[in-house]
Design a protein around this ligand. Sequence first.
Ligand code: GCB
Length: 615
Amino acid sequence: MKKLFLLITLLAGAVCVQAQDSLISNIGARKALSLNGKWQYIVDPYETGFYDYRYKELAENNGDAYWNTDIPRNKTEKKEHGYNDKYSLQVPGDWNHQKPEFLYYEGTVWYKKSFDFHAADTKSRYYLYFGAVNYRADVYLNGKKLGMHIGGFTPFNFSVPASLLKEKGNFLVVKVDNKRGADEVPTLNTDWWNYGGITRDVKLVEVPQSFIQDYVIQLKRAEPGKAPLATPDVSGWIKVRNAKTGDPISISIPELNFKKQLTATGELTELNFKLPKLQLWSPQTPKLYKVMVSAAGDEVSDKIGFRTIEAFGKQVLLNGKPIFMRGICIHGEIPQEVRRAVGQKDALQLLNQAKELGCNMVRLAHYPHDEAMTRAADSLGILVWSEIPVYWTINFGNPAVLAKAKAQLQEMITRDHNRASIIIWSVGNETPISQTRTDFMHSLITRAKEFDGTRMVSAALEVNYGALKNVNVVDDPLGEFVDLVAFNEYLGWYGGLPDQCRTTNWSTPYNKPLFISETGAEGKSGFHADSLTRFDEEFQEWYFKEQTDMLKRMPDNYVGIAPWVLNDFRSPKRNNPLYQEGWNRKGMYDDKGNKKKAFYIMQAYYKEMKQKYDH
Ligand code: GCB
């Protein structure tokens, strides 16, 4: 992927931005040919379609390469690869759930799609867009390589020369490789299933020569601790590919009778203007406005909510008012069908489960979820923590790993920086303390703030257990750099029993809001015994009773909690043959969507918190 960045620093309390050269945001608003549906595939664990017998990458025009046609020119020609309907997979979708033989597969699969294409406008530009491919994608069209992308949960697009597109029988091939690697993000070890494949939408997008690539239209941060003004300020920018200084730009919000006209200052133009009085976005009033952006003859429409968010002293302020986050962690998985979640229906299923628990917030663990998820959170009024998969023991000393993490951070932020629901960018989870780690994470935090100065940045930290008598302290040096001090704790599940909660207190030396980003215990749905029996529902219920009692003694900077986890989820690390069988059983709901006893404990706690905080 191209690594050409434009560094723009915008002024006066506004947004500092590094705009990515190539990613097009708000892709749903674009004219596109969907390439979803049935794709043919070849499983290639030895990567025979990519390397020759000396393990050197095949030349682009080599007929043995799997990106080249599989049709012999005549009967004497030998072809050892071929795409056939007998072997087909649905896109979007992970391969693991589609065929029994793919359940544990990690390696290369070649995907092929043929399509016809009629150019409506000969002056258009084209991009092939992928919502996500796990993990590495090498993309070829009609035998030509368009590019390579690394990172399993973020979107990317490659420019397609119009001259490459044919009216009939375009031959699109994607080599997908989900092998885990020590120097990858995530690394070898995770507590979730490594679903492979083209897991999100694929489309051929058509835009004019000069087009709106990306924009940020967000409320400017108010004065620290203050609500936005009655006529709030917008700050942001718009990036118009091939724009010339002086080209007209306009932003309009029909419902507010608002139209702002500006002129481009080149490809990148700063936006600073006042909006009329409006309804601010919040979980109680998730108001979204239709926003029309036009520039250089191109136009896109978006739905944007306007709000401010900040960590202020010991509190988190939404639109200037303190909030309490009633959260839940969610994996991007539909357990009923044992597959990756994709699209709006799945997003609504997961978010409505969270709503039933009484949540106003979700932590999307441990990687960026489908765009449908953050869009649905915008409409439902659910606050979002969005995270990159810098998980556990990444190879922090390797600059190439840092570059991969930064690329994913940038893609996550670029895709979603207009989503009102997202209030926290998280740069990782449970990373082990060392100077090298802290430098790595600090550099991600700095980068996140450069990309987006309007949201909080955090990471799920670990705890210094027993640092003081009966007090566990969150004193990870990263606490200095995050806006929200968030920590994961499993008191009574990993080590000891839940009654430890009765004598445990929590603190942090940082004068910042404190958030519990995980806590949980396993409980196998339908397994009933007494509360001392591990893996039964009663143990999990007891765990949450003790935890919620303990929460009454949290320090005054406690601003919320996101227990681990909404649903039971697949994990190859969970091998108890009676209770787990490849599932992490810490869900509030089981893998069929049934509520466990612990669900009702958290639900009651959230009811109480909702009344207490009156939101
Ligand atoms: C954690 C991790 C999460 C695991 C969970 C567990 O601390 O952040 O990814 O799945 O604990 O169940 O152990």
